[in-house]
Ligand binder design. Structure first.
Ligand SMILES: [Zn+2]
Length: 481
């Protein structure tokens, strides 16, 4: 007995449950990609699958729709694999266990992958049906969206004829996304020299920081744990003489870091002054971040006397300078769209050791020239300190189109179905639409999706009734001649 049998829309939920049964976290989408290919073969539909696992399946127009403009339905094959610590499922190989709770579908102890399995389910249900009236439908499913839009960057869309694209990767039924920022990852490396010294080894680490998503939460004024340790050492300079052994902070360049720790040495006689300095520093930051990040603090641990390799004085100055003076956070707000962050960056990952002072940033902007300017500032700064930068994962933004027939059509259908006007938004996070638009001249895009919450976490839920309403909405958009 299937968990979702008996729920509507059965044709969509049936595929959704099968998709949930196939492991498909990022970089492990092959089985799901092959499942989509098998689907196409069984129905004699044209398909393409590239070596990464991206899949395109094409269904010709139904009767009477041969002259209607074709449309791309698009989503991504991969999901974020996260689980609660006690969960024993191996998400690379084993199925997740889905459950229904009232109107919600959720997974037991893991992410659900409603982001973005629901897009695949809608797409397959549309192609599976002989009754749903629609134009030529080009289903485009990409791999590795969650790890830097890799599938979309590599995909070849030359078999597509559509000039309009409905992306189903948004999480709020009443909100259409019509533009997003572009981004690039910047890694800066400044070489260090080490010298041998002896002293009392101390460790300082951050605690209570909220962290967050650098595309969605960068404007919330939360503290960055990497920058905070840099600030601590700047603060400490006037009080105690110290030498830095090393530092590590953050997990991903696009995540506002919560955790960072550094080890350093001081002279025995300065331990009390050091302890007082930490107390004083904590008082300053807890006051400053009382609203935006109310539990931020640093914790000091004093260890044994030891001889170890520490940064030379010059390298130490470079580290303190870099952590405090490299730009971080919101740079500009949009003047066109109130409340939208235009340009930002996040010092997501820091590592300091004998290899150098390494910092990794996620840079975002809805203005391409502003993104370029910010990356050249990082480059200029790094070079001034004798280092080099490396760029990767560069993706274009998706500029808000002043005129969009697809957007107008979606708004009209939404108003008819719901009796109210949807919100049309531009976001600071990245979506695949920007990359895909750069591959098809004049591509008209919009992003929609059913209600989901807590995506990318084991609490992820998707609403069944919302899936049903969005299903009706998609069919109505396709039925329009
Ligand atoms: Zn997604």
């Amino acid at each position: 007995m299937k968990v979702l049998s008996g729920y509507e829309p059965a044709e969509v939920l049936g595929f959704f449950e099968e998709i949930c049964g196939i492991p498909h976290i990022s970089y492990h989408e092959k089985a799901l990609s092959d499942y989509c290919v098998a689907f196409a073969k069984e129905r004699n539909l044209y398909y393409e699958q590239d070596e990464l696992g991206n899949v395109i399946i094409i269904g010709e127009a139904t009767e009477g729709y041969e002259d209607v403009e074709p449309i791309i339905i698009q989503g991504h094959l991969d999901m974020v694999g996260d689980k609660v610590p006690e969960c024993e499922i191996d998400m690379e190989r084993e199925s997740i266990r889905i459950m229904v709770d009232g109107d919600s579908i959720t997974a037991d102890g893991t992410t659900l992958g409603g982001d973005d399995g629901i897009a695949i389910a809608y797409g397959l249900a549309l192609l599976d049906s002989k009754e749903i009236p629609r134009p030529r439908l080009e289903l485009v499913l990409t791999v590795c969206e969650e790890v830097g839009l890799e599938g979309a960057t590599a995909i070849d869309l030359s078999c597509c004829r559509a000039k309009r694209l409905l992306n189903i990767d948004s999480e709020d039924e009443g909100v259409f996304t019509a533009g997003c920022a572009g981004g690039v990852r910047v890694d800066s490396l400044i070489p260090t020299d080490m010298v041998e010294k002896s002293g009392v080894i101390c460790e300082i680490k951050t605690t209570g920081f909220l962290g967050g998503h650098s595309g969605i939460e960068i404007h919330k004024g939360r503290a960055n744990s990497n920058v905070m340790l840099g600030r601590f050492f700047l603060f400490l300079k006037d009080k105690v003489s110290f030498d830095i052994v090393g530092m590590a902070g953050g997990v991903k360049d696009n995540v506002i870091p919560k955790n960072a720790n550094a080890s350093f040495i001081v002279e025995e006689k300065d331990i009390e002054t050091l302890k007082n300095a930490v107390v004083e520093f904590n008082a300053v930051i807890s006051e400053e971040f009382a609203v935006a990040d109310p539990h931020v603090a640093l914790v000091l641990e004093v260890k044994d006397v030891s001889v170890c390799k520490v940064l030379s004085d010059v390298s130490k100055e470079k580290m303190i300078t870099a952590l405090n003076l490299m730009p971080n956070g919101v740079q500009t707000m949009s003047q066109d769209l109130p409340g939208l962050v235009e340009t930002s960056l996040n010092m997501g990952v820091v590592k300091v050791d004998e290899e150098g002072i390494s910092t990794s940033f996620a840079v975002r902007s809805s203005v391409a020239s502003a993104k370029d300017y910010l990356t050249s500032r990082l480059e200029q700064f790094t070079e001034m300190l004798g280092g080099t930068v490396n760029y990767h994962g560069d993706y274009p933004g998706w500029a808000y189109a002043r005129e969009s027939r697809l957007r107008d059509l979606c708004v009209k259908i939404y108003e008819r179905q719901y009796g109210e006007t949807p919100k049309v938004e531009v976001i600071h996070a990245g979506l695949e639409c920007g990359i895909l638009s750069s591959k098809i001249e004049g591509l008209d895009c919009i992003s929609i999706g059913p209600n989901m919450a807590d995506v990318h976490t084991p609490d992820e839920v998707i609403s069944i009734s919302s899936i049903a309403r969005v299903w009706e909405f998609i069919k109505a958009v396709l039925a329009e001649k």
